[in-house]
Write a protein of this length. Sequence first.
Length: 319
Amino acid sequence: MRSSVAACIALILLGPIPARACMKFGVQVGNRQVELKWAQSPVRYFVSDRGAPGVSANDLQGVVSRAFTKWQDVATASVTYQFAGFTAALPLDEDGLSTIGFAPRPDLDRVLAATNFLFDTTTGELLESDIFFNTTFSWSVAQSGEAGRYDLESIALHEEGHFSGLGHSALGETEVFADSGRRVIGAEAVMFPIAFSAGSIVGRTLRADDIAGISDLYPESGFNTSTGSVSGTVTKNGRGVFGAHVAAFNPKTGELVGNFSLNDEGRFRHRGPGAWTVRHQSRAAGRCRSRELLRVGPAGRRQLSRHVIRSTRRCAEWG
């Protein structure tokens, strides 16, 4: 059976956002959760032959290709991508082609871009994934960015994470405006759901959280056996908490990865090389508090006590 799902992402000037699971999409099959991912590599994609003001179809193809190369070059991930050619087809058409292109969506005045999936509901295999960039906004492919225009490569890199099966990351902080809009102060993941301001090119570089996500979804041979993991259970008043945010910090490199507890028991897991300090984040009296839970070394596998983490709120302000 086939089904489709749309992920509207890279939002700007957002209102309240509900908590979402970080790093993976999934579908419930019977009593198990199945990851949404491509079953075969290279993943073939087409680029629309229609450009946008200031961006030709060739410009779009070049940007999309560079962004895919960054995901493909992650040493601990096995996924690859292949440009299959230009097409007159439009993104979001269920035509069997994974198409990336521009589309005028003035009705989505706070959505820079969106990704749509077609997947097999019995296996979780991705069958088609389309991306559109909203021509309501001005776009740039300039190497150093361009004032007043959103950087196409930064947004493409984020969207291609969704194209591959990754969800949003909560590793970022925003400033809230009086009109309920938001500005990104900082982000530790390309997959943070709110874009940097027009003109910024900060989002062109994958961060540790993005690398951990794509490696976990498409592990390179030996990744699962050569890297350690830390797991545990988030509880509140003796009960598991769904959707609690837990972050792991590498004090040596400064890298940060995050995840959520994704079931009713409040279970979570982090995987990756290095020595990590695991922290939970809570909000009390308007201030963020962070508590160290455990340090885990490379290739180590440690289990946290189910009674350790009790707070469920994350520090990033979501409204």
